[in-house]
Design a protein around this ligand. Structure first.
Ligand code: UD1
Ligand code: MG
Length: 473
């Protein structure tokens, strides 16, 4: 197939109906930009591809280059005056017998569809073969309507359709296979639409049919060829993609407790026996091992979660590695190249940034750990802060194996707490602590005997004060 076939993807349009100013082709669907769906599909089929770019061309081009290198060619459509004109701009590059043309905003198409389009085209020896689908929802009537009268076939654009042919539920998918020889003549015969002033690629169907040439269609399910012209349509398509992915992972042995409100990106992987709670969102290149528990409302982005780990509810793990059997959360935030080793425990309201946490180490309550290297079997008391920023530079904290940091410590970096050392609760540690030492760094306590009784006397606060009213002192 790829030997006598080349593909053109139309991606120059202004995305006017999105109302976002951004090209819709760079919007992500389950973590991958819309335009990369057709480019990757064609690359997987080995079909040489040209993309027509125009609106926000630099952004679209660099995105494709980043993924395909120099294998994809680009043609610039300077003025966006219709899909027919976009195709016309590529004529210099037509060098194969059949030209496959795809709209860039139809991301759910698959290789089966391209194969059946090609097979039909070749088998029927057609000049033009295009994909159709049935859509009975009149609110989605922006599609071109396929109208057959006798042995003639044409596509009428919704915006040009004076007869409001809503009963015509056969729509044009925007995927065409056209013989180069026919195209080379017909492309110059396109006329501007009287309504929009644009050149429509769809008029090629009419042209071929009028000349008595063979026009064939391949019908497919509407969901596969849903086009995206609005944010609502983007949402609908992403919903379909997301469901596909979730169903795929269900079949691999993953339990989704409330699949209807989970999100999962294309490149996420999950091991068998893992369970995913309600509203969990899995983004980017997140990899989850076997038999993990990811509890409700947690968000994982580019995270590596090893086997048997438990991410408790409402936790955020981003760009971090959580090793075997560790427990994170609830309400923890672990991010920025952090590594949490085996069986460690990062508890509630703990933030860990750019740090390494050793095996069996526990940081269970209300702490901030930043730019730190923490050894194995360390216990960090509640409310501990690594004071890593002096206003100008970020400094490192090192805590060696088996250290016990008392509650409510401030560890002023740069600092090192030696192996087996302890720090007293409430300490502000400003200097290194040697191995095996106990560091106490807090104000001395003074106990004034019997003084409390005195405090409770009305006279203590002056004659005007009401008994027991100490709050206004
Ligand atoms: C198009 C079809 C319609 C079909 C629908 C399927 C035409 C005239 N209509 O309508 O029959 O049912 O797709 O989804 O083709 N583009 C350019 N240059 C331009 C204009 C558009 O490159 O000057 C690109 C867009 O970026 C987009 C694609 O062509 O990727 C289709 O354009 P769009 O405006 O989405 O066409 P539809 O109105 O959806
Ligand atoms: Mg469209």
């Amino acid at each position: 197939m790829n030997r006598n076939l080349q593909a053109i993807i139309l991606a120059a349009g202004k995305s006017t109906r999105f109302n976002t100013k951004q090209s819709k082709l760079t919007e992500k669907i389950c973590g991958q930009e819309m335009i990369l769906y057709p480019t990757k599909l064609l690359a997987s089929l080995g079909i040489a591809t040209t993309v027509v770019v125009g609106y926000q061309r630099e952004i679209v081009e660099s995105l494709i280059r980043k993924n395909h290198g120099e294998r994809v060619k680009f043609v610039h459509q300077k003025e966006q005056i219709g899909t027919g004109h976009a195709l016309l701009c590529t004529q210099e590059l037509w060098d194969k017998k059949h030209i496959l043309i795809l709209n860039g905003d139809v991301p759910l198409i698959n290789s089966d569809l391209i194969n059946s389009l090609y097979q039909k085209h070749i088998k029927e020896n057609a000049q033009v073969t295009f994909v159709t689908a049935h859509n009975i929802d009149p609110s989605l009537s922006a599609y071109g309507r396929v109208v057959q009268e006798g042995n003639k076939i044409k596509i009428i654009e919704a915006k040009d359709d004076k007869e409001e042919r809503k009963e015509h539920c056969c729509i044009n998918a925007g995927i065409y296979l056209i013989n180069k020889d026919f195209l080379q003549t017909a492309i110059h015969e396109l006329e501007k639409s009287k309504v929009t002033g644009e050149l429509y690629i769809t008029d090629l169907i009419h042209n071929a049919s009028d000349k008595g040439l063979k026009v064939e269609t391949v019908s497919t399910s509407f969901d596969i060829i849903r086009g995206i012209n609005t944010l609502q349509e983007l949402w609908a398509v992403e919903q379909i993609k997301r469901s596909e992915l979730i169903k795929y992972w269900m079949d691999k042995g993953i339990r989704f407790y409330a699949a209807q409100n989970n999100h999962i990106d294309l490149n996420v992987t999950i091991g068998a026996g893992t369970s995913i709670g309600a509203s969990v969102q899995l983004y980017g290149s997140t990899k989850i091992g076997n038999n993990c528990v990811i509890e409700a409302f947690s968000i994982l982005e580019n995270a590596v979660i090893e086997d048997h780990a438990n991410i408790k509810s409402h936790s955020v793990v981003k760009d971090a590695i959580i090793k075997n059997k560790s427990i994170i959360g609830p309400f923890a935030h672990v991010h920025s190249d952090t590594i949490v080793s085996t069986q460690a425990n990062i508890g509630n309201f703990v933030e860990v940034k750019k740090s390494e946490v050793g095996a069996n180490t526990k940081i269970k309550h209300l702490s901030y750990i930043g730019d730190a290297q923490i050894g194995n079997d360390v216990n960090i008391g509640a409310g501990t802060i690594t004071c890593n920023f002096n206003g100008l530079t970020k400094e490192k904290t090192k805590i060696e194996d088996n250290v016990c940091i008392g509650s409510n410590n401030s560890l002023i970096a740069p600092i090192c707490i030696g192996k087996d050392a302890c720090t007293a609760a409430g300490s502000v540690i400003t200097r290194d602590v040697p191995a095996d030492a106990l560091a106490i760094a807090r104000a001395h306590q003074i106990n004034k005997e019997e003084y409390s009784k005195k405090l409770k006397q009305p006279a203590f606060y002056g004659a005007k004060k009401v008994h027991n009213d100490t709050t206004t002192v």
